[in-house]
Design a protein. Structure first.
Length: 201
């Protein structure tokens, strides 16, 4: 397992990593009958979203994903790329070879996302806190903002960097990876936790 590529948010001409989600309604490929294929270990979901704000609307700006099937060719399984459908009237840029990270890229989708809840978006990751597993939590970043969103419209934005620093100060004093004596159950719980983005402030 490796650290996962996070979704992104474009905010005031800055690209932030989405590091916490507390709510419902983010883009789900299954809503469009898409079943992304996990071709790289740094993206087990098989897709990455980039969101943006426009006049307080919360929009899906860019979508990258792998679509295709594994077919047996008599000797081994071979990944056959497939082109994605129209989304919000946009065709994907489709790559037929397997050299890129993703074979379907949708640009400038401007698809409003009916999300309600809170989102933490962050910049300036503290490299000393890197762990080779899952998504990095908000407290591992120097700058963190929280967006409160109601049915696809941002109603509030607040800087929560100081709160994250307080959490970070507590976390670095404790062991935030399983130790050498951890049980299999403890390791499995820790792995599962690193793939969750839920938070509570």
């Amino acid at each position: 397992m490796t650290a996962q590529i996070p979704d992104a948010l474009l905010l005031q001409n800055q690209k932030l990593s989405i590091v916490g989600v507390n709510g419902r309604g983010l883009f789900d490929p299954l809503d469009y009958d898409l079943r992304p294929f996990p071709r790289i270990t740094s993206c087990w979901r098989g897709y990455i979203c980039e969101y943006k704000l426009l006049a307080n609307k919360f929009l899906l700006n860019k979508l990258q994903l792998n679509l295709g099937v594994n077919k047996w060719n008599g000797d081994r399984y071979e990944f056959i790329p497939e082109e994605g459908p129209l989304i919000n009237g946009r065709k994907p840029i489709f790559a037929t070879d397997n050299r890129g990270l993703f074979n379907n890229t949708y640009d400038e989708l401007n698809l409003q996302v009916d999300f309600t809840g809170g989102i933490l978006a962050a910049s300036d990751f503290i490299q000393e806190l890197y762990v080779h597993m899952g998504f990095h939590p908000a407290w591992k970043y120097k700058n963190v903002v929280e967006l409160i969103i109601s049915q696809g419209y941002v109603t509030e934005t607040r800087d929560v960097s100081e709160i994250m620093q307080e959490i970070r100060n507590k976390m670095v004093k404790s062991q935030f990876e399983p130790g050498g004596n951890a049980t299999q159950e403890e390791i499995e719980k820790w792995v599962a936790a690193t793939f969750r983005l839920d938070y509570n402030l």
